[in-house]
Design a protein around this ligand. Structure first.
Ligand code: GLC
Length: 495
């Protein structure tokens, strides 16, 4: 049944359509930006060389530490790699205080992180810790340090396996004095200040960790091509031919690395794909969200795709309808006594969490019961009419579907540009993040969109295996710490 509310919801939803021809344009531009990013520095797609030149095969063994900074929580874990595609993991998780995420100093943040590592060691590896303290007190030089992989999920100009300077903050972090500094050195200094038996062995982006973890746990010989995150932020890392990474020829200062595989993992930082908006869709809600964000003009792809932003796009669309006199969204009428209190999240920037979208999208009930409950729980909106709920569902669906179809752009472009689908029978992709995990049919929409690309088609899409790679950032970081420790030991032998 038509009504002004539903008509307006449909009109707005249409602005989020992202048709096949646009996807193709996006893929062509992505491939262009990929090549530009491999050729020189300072491009919109960073294409960061990671110094990881090999993906694991599942036989790796040992006990490693990993920490993960990049979302709402800071995680510390120890990972025991069993060498048979399996591992055991012990972890602790703590929410990062808001005041440390923005406005504080890098010293405060890194000291906080080191303190969490200390607490973790005391609880889970106290014997090792005490033995180390004793050795220190006795002045012994023999050190038995834990090798730690540092998952730091922000754009970093990487200069070696455990060296990299922060390019810019993303996802709501903003600590100006850290920009340009080597984040591994910042963490190592804070660790040393507390006398912890820990060596920061590897710097890892979460997407690289996801790629490594997926490759370690996959029980067949197919190495993984790509690791991607669709969570608070979005980004991907993939295996590239060394001779295509032209900008490394002109790098001035970076550590030596093993070139024997002829490949290196590239951290694309695709959140910043097409910052100049030559192909990305751009509704007025996207524009407003960007203008009011703390980093306008950057991470433009991420702002249309990832969990941190979808709720805010929806909020702006809902608020627009709510304030529109000619449509009655969430307005009392003869048939509805809906109530929107002043402190409702609908009036506050970032007031809608992405989990709200997943719940609404999942709700197929006739009475839209889950949507009603979510409106009450998340936005304090009481007794919405059925039409209100229907309008919310229309908008949620449009925003979520656009995000998933956009997600197919970098995936499609990397599949095409590496030529992997032509060469191999099966191409493996590891993914992680709340959107792929919880948003209904997110992977399905990605697959539908890949099929629409002429270079991939239904045949190509069948060859793509996408699998969740849980705990990628922990296990992946451990795997890279292992490679780094091995390389270090090899170098010491030569000396
Ligand atoms: C942001 C970060 C990137 C990270 C992604 C997913 O885009 O810049 O480094 O991989 O979020 O967490």
């Amino acid at each position: 049944m038509s009504s002004p509310v539903l008509d307006e919801a449909a009109r707005i939803a249409q602005q989020f359509d992202y048709p096949a021809a646009e996807v193709q344009r996006g893929v062509a531009e992505y491939i262009r930006e990929m090549e530009e990013g491999l050729a020189k520095e300072g491009t919109t797609l960073s294409q960061i060389p990671t110094f990881v030149t090999e993906v694991p095969n599942g036989t790796e063994k040992g006990l490693y530490l990993a920490v993960d900074l990049g979302g709402t929580n800071f995680r510390v874990c120890s990972i025991d790699l069993h060498g048979d595609n399996t591992f055991s993991l012990t972890q602790s998780k703590i929410m990062i205080p808001r005041e440390l995420m923005a406005a504080g100093t890098s010293k405060d943040l890194f000291l906080f992180l080191a303190r969490q590592i200390e607490a973790f060691l005391r609880i889970h590896h106290n014997d090792h810790f005490e033995a180390h303290l004793l050795r220190c007190r006795e002045g012994s030089k023999r050190e038995e340090l834990f090798d730690l992989g540092f998952t730091f999920s922000f754009p970093v100009r990487q200069l070696g396996i455990n060296k990299g300077t922060l390019i810019r903050w993303t996802k709501g972090f903003d600590i100006p004095d850290a920009v340009g500094q080597d984040v591994c050195a910042l963490l190592q200094d804070a660790i040393n200040d507390l006398d912890l038996p820990v060596r920061v062995a590897a710097l890892v982006n979460d997407t690289v960790g996801t790629l490594m973890a997926r490759s370690y746990t996959s029980p067949d010989e197919h190495g993984t091509l790509l690791g991607a995150i669709f969570g608070t932020g979005t980004n991907g890392a993939y295996v590239e031919k060394l001779d295509k990474i032209k900008k490394m020829d002109s790098f001035d200062t970076y550590d030596d690395y093993d070139k024997s595989t002829g490949e290196m993992v590239i951290n694309a930082e695709w959140g910043s794909f097409d910052n100049h908006l030559s192909v990305l869709p751009n509704t007025k809600y996207d524009q407003e969200l960007d203008a009011d964000s703390n980093n306008p003009g950057v991470q433009m792809f991420e702002k249309r795709v990832s969990g941190m932003f979808l709720g805010e796009i929806l909020r702006r669309a809902l608020l627009d309808m709510h304030r529109n006199e000619s449509v009655n969204l969430f307005k009392p009428s003869e048939t509805s006594d809906v109530e929107v209190p002043e402190n409702s999240g609908i009036y506050k920037q970032w007031g809608i969490d992405t989990s709200f979208l997943s719940i609404v999208e999942k709700d197929k009930s006739a009475g839209r019961e889950q949507t009603k409950t979510a409106l009450s729980d998340h936005l304090r909106i009481q007794r919405p009419s059925d039409t209100d709920c229907q309008a919310v569902q229309i908008l949620v669906h449009a925003i979520g579907k656009r995000a998933a179809r956009l997600s197919a752009v970098p995936l499609g472009a990397i599949l095409i540009s590496t030529g992997k689908l032509k060469k191999d029978e099966l191409v493996d992709i590891g993914v992680d993040g709340s959107l792929v995990e919880f948003y209904p049919y997110f992977e399905g929409y990605i697959r539908d969109t890949l099929k629409e690309l002429p270079e991939i088609g239904a045949e190509g899409e069948k060859k793509v295996r996408i699998g969740i790679s849980k705990d990628g950032s922990g296990v992946g970081a451990a795997l890279i710490a292992l490679v780094a420790a091995k390389e270090d030991a090899a170098k010491e032998k030569v000396l």
